[in-house]
Design a protein around this ligand. Structure first.
Ligand code: CUA
Length: 278
Protein backbone atom coordinates (compact mmCIF):
# COMPACT_ATOMS: atom_id res chain seq x y z
CA UNK A 1 0.00 0.00 0.00
CA UNK A 2 2.77 2.41 1.00
CA UNK A 3 4.81 1.59 -2.11
CA UNK A 4 1.78 2.17 -4.35
CA UNK A 5 1.24 5.52 -2.61
CA UNK A 6 4.90 6.51 -3.11
CA UNK A 7 4.68 5.63 -6.82
CA UNK A 8 1.54 7.79 -7.13
CA UNK A 9 3.28 10.72 -5.41
CA UNK A 10 6.33 10.38 -7.71
CA UNK A 11 4.03 10.34 -10.74
CA UNK A 12 2.04 13.44 -9.75
CA UNK A 13 5.15 15.33 -8.59
CA UNK A 14 6.98 14.59 -11.85
CA UNK A 15 4.12 15.88 -13.97
CA UNK A 16 3.63 18.99 -11.79
CA UNK A 17 7.38 19.70 -11.80
CA UNK A 18 7.43 19.52 -15.56
CA UNK A 19 4.44 21.84 -15.93
CA UNK A 20 5.68 24.45 -13.44
CA UNK A 21 9.46 24.17 -13.84
CA UNK A 22 11.38 27.45 -14.14
CA UNK A 23 13.98 25.64 -16.30
CA UNK A 24 11.84 25.57 -19.39
CA UNK A 25 13.15 26.64 -22.81
CA UNK A 26 14.94 29.99 -23.03
CA UNK A 27 13.21 32.64 -25.20
CA UNK A 28 14.03 31.75 -28.79
CA UNK A 29 16.21 34.17 -30.80
CA UNK A 30 15.88 32.58 -34.23
CA UNK A 31 13.22 31.17 -36.51
CA UNK A 32 13.36 27.55 -35.46
CA UNK A 33 10.01 27.39 -33.65
CA UNK A 34 9.38 24.13 -35.55
CA UNK A 35 12.19 22.61 -33.48
CA UNK A 36 10.34 23.79 -30.35
CA UNK A 37 7.09 22.23 -31.57
CA UNK A 38 8.92 18.95 -32.18
CA UNK A 39 10.43 19.10 -28.69
CA UNK A 40 7.02 19.71 -27.14
CA UNK A 41 5.45 16.88 -29.12
CA UNK A 42 8.27 14.61 -27.92
CA UNK A 43 7.56 15.65 -24.32
CA UNK A 44 3.84 14.90 -24.78
CA UNK A 45 4.43 11.45 -26.30
CA UNK A 46 7.14 10.40 -23.86
CA UNK A 47 5.17 12.04 -21.00
CA UNK A 48 2.04 10.05 -21.88
CA UNK A 49 4.11 6.85 -21.98
CA UNK A 50 5.70 7.76 -18.62
CA UNK A 51 2.32 8.42 -16.98
CA UNK A 52 0.81 5.21 -18.42
CA UNK A 53 3.72 2.98 -17.37
CA UNK A 54 4.11 4.44 -13.85
CA UNK A 55 0.35 4.46 -13.21
CA UNK A 56 0.14 0.84 -14.37
CA UNK A 57 3.06 -0.05 -12.07
CA UNK A 58 1.35 1.61 -9.09
CA UNK A 59 -1.95 -0.08 -9.87
CA UNK A 60 -0.27 -3.52 -10.14
CA UNK A 61 1.51 -3.04 -6.81
CA UNK A 62 -1.81 -2.16 -5.15
CA UNK A 63 -4.09 -4.62 -6.95
CA UNK A 64 -1.81 -7.67 -6.73
CA UNK A 65 -0.38 -7.05 -3.27
CA UNK A 66 0.49 -10.03 -1.14
CA UNK A 67 -2.39 -12.05 0.27
CA UNK A 68 -2.27 -15.48 1.95
CA UNK A 69 -5.37 -16.69 0.10
CA UNK A 70 -4.26 -15.73 -3.43
CA UNK A 71 -2.22 -17.75 -5.94
CA UNK A 72 -0.40 -16.23 -8.92
CA UNK A 73 -2.00 -16.90 -12.30
CA UNK A 74 0.47 -18.10 -14.95
CA UNK A 75 0.05 -16.47 -18.37
CA UNK A 76 3.37 -16.14 -20.27
CA UNK A 77 1.82 -15.25 -23.66
CA UNK A 78 -0.96 -12.94 -24.76
CA UNK A 79 -1.20 -12.42 -28.52
CA UNK A 80 -3.95 -9.85 -28.16
CA UNK A 81 -2.02 -7.73 -25.65
CA UNK A 82 1.16 -7.90 -27.78
CA UNK A 83 -0.81 -6.69 -30.81
CA UNK A 84 -2.25 -3.72 -28.86
CA UNK A 85 1.13 -2.79 -27.40
CA UNK A 86 2.80 -3.15 -30.80
CA UNK A 87 0.27 -0.80 -32.43
CA UNK A 88 0.47 1.77 -29.60
CA UNK A 89 4.29 1.74 -29.64
CA UNK A 90 4.38 2.12 -33.43
CA UNK A 91 2.05 5.13 -33.29
CA UNK A 92 4.19 6.69 -30.54
CA UNK A 93 7.44 6.15 -32.44
CA UNK A 94 5.95 7.58 -35.64
CA UNK A 95 4.91 10.74 -33.74
CA UNK A 96 8.42 10.97 -32.28
CA UNK A 97 10.30 10.55 -35.56
CA UNK A 98 8.17 11.82 -38.45
CA UNK A 99 8.07 15.54 -37.46
CA UNK A 100 11.85 15.50 -37.09
CA UNK A 101 12.25 14.44 -40.72
CA UNK A 102 10.17 17.41 -41.90
CA UNK A 103 12.01 19.88 -39.65
CA UNK A 104 15.41 18.46 -40.62
CA UNK A 105 14.55 18.81 -44.28
CA UNK A 106 13.93 22.55 -43.92
CA UNK A 107 16.86 22.95 -41.51
CA UNK A 108 19.34 21.94 -44.24
CA UNK A 109 17.68 23.76 -47.16
CA UNK A 110 18.64 27.43 -46.83
CA UNK A 111 16.71 30.00 -48.87
CA UNK A 112 18.44 31.33 -52.00
CA UNK A 113 19.05 34.77 -50.46
CA UNK A 114 20.83 33.40 -47.37
CA UNK A 115 24.19 34.97 -46.50
CA UNK A 116 27.09 32.61 -45.85
CA UNK A 117 29.39 32.33 -42.91
CA UNK A 118 31.87 29.61 -42.20
CA UNK A 119 32.60 28.48 -38.67
CA UNK A 120 35.83 26.58 -38.12
CA UNK A 121 36.53 24.75 -34.88
CA UNK A 122 40.00 23.97 -33.65
CA UNK A 123 40.98 22.87 -30.16
CA UNK A 124 39.77 25.09 -28.49
CA UNK A 125 38.88 28.14 -30.49
CA UNK A 126 36.36 29.37 -33.00
CA UNK A 127 37.37 30.94 -36.30
CA UNK A 128 34.93 32.61 -38.66
CA UNK A 129 35.18 33.33 -42.37
CA UNK A 130 32.86 35.54 -44.38
CA UNK A 131 32.77 36.16 -48.13
CA UNK A 132 33.69 39.57 -49.52
CA UNK A 133 30.81 41.93 -50.38
CA UNK A 134 28.81 40.16 -53.10
CA UNK A 135 31.42 37.38 -53.28
CA UNK A 136 31.59 33.76 -52.30
CA UNK A 137 33.72 31.77 -49.90
CA UNK A 138 36.81 30.26 -51.49
CA UNK A 139 37.35 26.54 -51.11
CA UNK A 140 39.44 25.28 -48.25
CA UNK A 141 41.50 22.18 -47.74
CA UNK A 142 43.59 20.78 -44.92
CA UNK A 143 46.58 20.69 -47.34
CA UNK A 144 46.72 24.50 -47.25
CA UNK A 145 46.78 24.77 -43.46
CA UNK A 146 49.90 26.64 -42.34
CA UNK A 147 50.71 28.98 -39.49
CA UNK A 148 49.84 31.88 -41.82
CA UNK A 149 46.69 30.21 -43.11
CA UNK A 150 45.18 28.40 -40.12
CA UNK A 151 41.88 27.78 -41.90
CA UNK A 152 43.46 26.17 -44.96
CA UNK A 153 41.82 28.61 -47.36
CA UNK A 154 42.77 27.73 -50.94
CA UNK A 155 44.96 30.67 -52.10
CA UNK A 156 44.51 29.68 -55.78
CA UNK A 157 40.69 29.89 -55.66
CA UNK A 158 39.68 33.36 -56.96
CA UNK A 159 36.74 33.29 -54.53
CA UNK A 160 39.18 33.27 -51.60
CA UNK A 161 40.26 36.78 -52.44
CA UNK A 162 38.72 39.22 -50.03
CA UNK A 163 37.32 36.55 -47.69
CA UNK A 164 37.18 38.01 -44.21
CA UNK A 165 38.86 35.99 -41.49
CA UNK A 166 37.87 36.51 -37.89
CA UNK A 167 40.50 34.96 -35.66
CA UNK A 168 39.77 35.26 -31.98
CA UNK A 169 37.05 37.91 -32.23
CA UNK A 170 33.28 37.84 -31.95
CA UNK A 171 31.01 36.70 -34.74
CA UNK A 172 28.47 39.25 -35.92
CA UNK A 173 25.28 38.54 -37.88
CA UNK A 174 22.56 40.74 -39.32
CA UNK A 175 19.18 40.61 -37.64
CA UNK A 176 16.32 39.21 -39.78
CA UNK A 177 18.70 38.04 -42.50
CA UNK A 178 18.84 34.30 -43.21
CA UNK A 179 22.35 32.91 -42.95
CA UNK A 180 23.76 29.58 -44.03
CA UNK A 181 26.18 28.37 -41.38
CA UNK A 182 28.93 26.20 -42.83
CA UNK A 183 30.83 24.13 -40.32
CA UNK A 184 34.32 22.70 -40.52
CA UNK A 185 36.79 21.30 -38.04
CA UNK A 186 40.57 21.32 -38.29
CA UNK A 187 41.16 18.57 -35.76
CA UNK A 188 38.48 16.64 -33.86
CA UNK A 189 34.68 16.63 -33.70
CA UNK A 190 33.25 19.84 -32.29
CA UNK A 191 29.64 21.01 -32.20
CA UNK A 192 28.52 24.56 -32.92
CA UNK A 193 25.68 25.46 -30.56
CA UNK A 194 23.82 28.67 -29.77
CA UNK A 195 21.25 27.72 -27.11
CA UNK A 196 18.91 30.68 -27.79
CA UNK A 197 18.79 29.77 -31.48
CA UNK A 198 17.77 26.22 -30.61
CA UNK A 199 20.18 25.26 -33.40
CA UNK A 200 23.33 23.18 -33.36
CA UNK A 201 25.31 20.78 -35.47
CA UNK A 202 28.42 18.62 -35.36
CA UNK A 203 31.60 19.85 -37.05
CA UNK A 204 33.47 16.93 -38.56
CA UNK A 205 37.12 16.91 -39.57
CA UNK A 206 37.36 16.22 -43.29
CA UNK A 207 33.83 17.19 -44.21
CA UNK A 208 31.58 20.21 -44.24
CA UNK A 209 28.21 20.32 -42.56
CA UNK A 210 25.72 23.17 -42.55
CA UNK A 211 22.34 24.47 -41.44
CA UNK A 212 20.63 27.80 -41.76
CA UNK A 213 18.97 30.19 -39.39
CA UNK A 214 17.47 33.67 -39.30
CA UNK A 215 18.31 35.61 -36.10
CA UNK A 216 15.12 37.34 -35.04
CA UNK A 217 16.34 39.73 -32.36
CA UNK A 218 19.43 41.79 -31.72
CA UNK A 219 21.62 40.99 -28.77
CA UNK A 220 24.65 39.09 -27.60
CA UNK A 221 24.50 35.32 -27.41
CA UNK A 222 26.91 32.69 -26.25
CA UNK A 223 28.40 30.17 -28.66
CA UNK A 224 29.18 26.85 -27.06
CA UNK A 225 30.95 23.73 -28.18
CA UNK A 226 28.51 20.90 -27.54
CA UNK A 227 30.71 17.90 -28.26
CA UNK A 228 33.43 16.81 -25.88
CA UNK A 229 36.66 17.64 -27.72
CA UNK A 230 39.44 17.40 -25.15
CA UNK A 231 40.56 19.06 -21.93
CA UNK A 232 39.79 22.58 -23.19
CA UNK A 233 36.21 21.71 -24.18
CA UNK A 234 34.50 23.67 -21.36
CA UNK A 235 36.43 26.80 -22.38
CA UNK A 236 35.56 26.54 -26.07
CA UNK A 237 33.15 29.42 -26.04
CA UNK A 238 32.48 32.33 -28.33
CA UNK A 239 30.28 35.36 -28.61
CA UNK A 240 27.70 36.04 -31.27
CA UNK A 241 26.42 39.58 -31.75
CA UNK A 242 23.19 39.98 -33.70
CA UNK A 243 22.85 43.58 -34.84
CA UNK A 244 21.27 46.02 -37.28
CA UNK A 245 22.56 46.41 -40.85
CA UNK A 246 24.34 49.69 -39.98
CA UNK A 247 26.22 48.23 -37.02
CA UNK A 248 27.04 45.13 -39.03
CA UNK A 249 28.58 47.18 -41.86
CA UNK A 250 30.76 48.99 -39.32
CA UNK A 251 31.99 45.66 -37.96
CA UNK A 252 32.61 44.22 -41.44
CA UNK A 253 34.78 47.24 -42.34
CA UNK A 254 37.11 46.40 -39.44
CA UNK A 255 37.73 42.76 -40.42
CA UNK A 256 40.90 41.49 -42.03
CA UNK A 257 40.83 40.21 -45.58
CA UNK A 258 42.37 36.81 -46.35
CA UNK A 259 44.90 38.10 -48.91
CA UNK A 260 45.82 41.17 -46.89
CA UNK A 261 46.31 39.04 -43.81
CA UNK A 262 48.47 36.54 -45.67
CA UNK A 263 50.68 39.16 -47.30
CA UNK A 264 51.18 40.95 -44.04
CA UNK A 265 52.13 37.73 -42.28
CA UNK A 266 54.34 36.58 -45.15
CA UNK A 267 56.23 39.88 -45.03
CA UNK A 268 56.70 39.47 -41.32
CA UNK A 269 57.84 35.84 -41.62
CA UNK A 270 60.26 36.73 -44.43
CA UNK A 271 62.41 38.94 -42.16
CA UNK A 272 64.47 36.26 -40.40
CA UNK A 273 64.76 34.26 -43.64
CA UNK A 274 66.42 37.25 -45.35
CA UNK A 275 68.81 37.52 -42.42
CA UNK A 276 69.90 33.91 -42.88
CA UNK A 277 70.65 34.38 -46.59
CA UNK A 278 73.31 36.99 -45.91
CU1 CUA B 1 35.15 21.82 -29.19
CU2 CUA B 1 34.10 20.69 -27.36
Amino acid sequence: MIVAGVILVILVASVLFHLFTPWWMTPIAADWSTIDHTLRLTFWVTGAAFVAVIAFLGWCVYRYRHSETRRAHYEPESGKLETYLGIATTIGVVFLLAPGLVVWNSYIHPPADAAEVEIVGQQWNWFYRLPAEGGKLGRADARFVTAENPLGVNPYDPNSKGNLIVNGGDLHLRVNKPVKILLRSIDVIHNFYIPEFRAKMDMLPGSESFFWVTPTRTGTFEILCAAYCGTGHPFMRGTLVVESDADYEKWIAQQQKFTAMNEQKRGFAALPATGQEK
